[in-house]
Ligand binder design. Structure first.
Ligand code: URA
Length: 213
């Protein structure tokens, strides 16, 4: 599948990429000892519908379960995908960064919570190696980036999500990139703005569904 990094060949299959991610220590997040979360979904070319969905990084629940988008943001995403008519059983779901970046926050009364931290541009750029491998193997027609980190991973530069959302952008492999907001951003909004932003998110997903139809 081409490509070497630090003198290493990239693995040539999705299961091998998933395995290699577990041992990846190329960036500081990979060195924090948590479990990596590989992409998952439809990889059979006969059934793959041509869509890769890219989030930012696994969160607390994802790291525990070892699967992408199984926490609160994932539930919101899955509900909206269904409403838009985007069939997740024909798509590939993954993240720009494969390990969970967090700071431990001591709780009153003992115990600790793991507070999400945004990956740096450099961490995203290092982890792009794996996403490039997934794209090269799956050859999607369309890549949907959720939020600024995913957008940076696909474009190699930082963009304003609000400025570039909801329109096709050509990628060098002939696929089309669409960018929208991250579902975690929607979860952080209060009722009024949330309804408005969720409406825009739903509209972006419908546009992607129409493009793939
Ligand atoms: N947020 C993400 O960006 N990815 C996940 O897998 C879960 C939450």
């Amino acid at each position: 599948q081409g490509g070497t990094m630090f003198g290493e060949e990239r693995p040539g299959s999705l299961p091998e990429i998933a395995q290699a991610i577990m041992a990846c220590r190329r960036c500081p997040i990979g060195c924090n000892g948590t479990r990596a979360v590989p992409g998952e979904g439809q990889s059979d070319p006969a059934r793959f519908g041509g869509l890769i969905i890219v989030g930012e990084q696994p969160g607390d629940s994802e790291e525990e379960q070892g699967r992408p988008f199984v926490g609160p943001a994932g539930r919101l995403l899955r509900a909206h995908l269904e409403d838009a008519g985007l069939d997740l059983s024909r798509a590939w779901l993954t993240n720009a960064v494969k390990h969970f970046k967090f700071v431990p926050k001591p709780m009153r009364g003992g115990g600790k919570r793991r507070l999400h931290q945004n990956p740096t541009a450099k961490e995203i750029d290092i982890c792009r190696w794996w996403l490039e491998g997934e794209r090269a193997l799956l050859r999607p027609r369309l890549v949907l980036a959720l939020g600024a980190s995913a957008a940076r991973s696909l474009l190699g530069k930082t963009v304003s999500v609000q400025q570039v959302r909801g329109q096709p952008m050509p990628l060098d492999d002939g696929s089309e990139l669409w960018i929208t907001t991250h579902p975690s951003y929607l979860l952080r909004l209060n009722d009024g703005p949330r309804a408005q932003e969720e409406g825009r998110f739903a509209g972006d997903l419908r546009a992607v569904a129409a493009r793939l139809a």
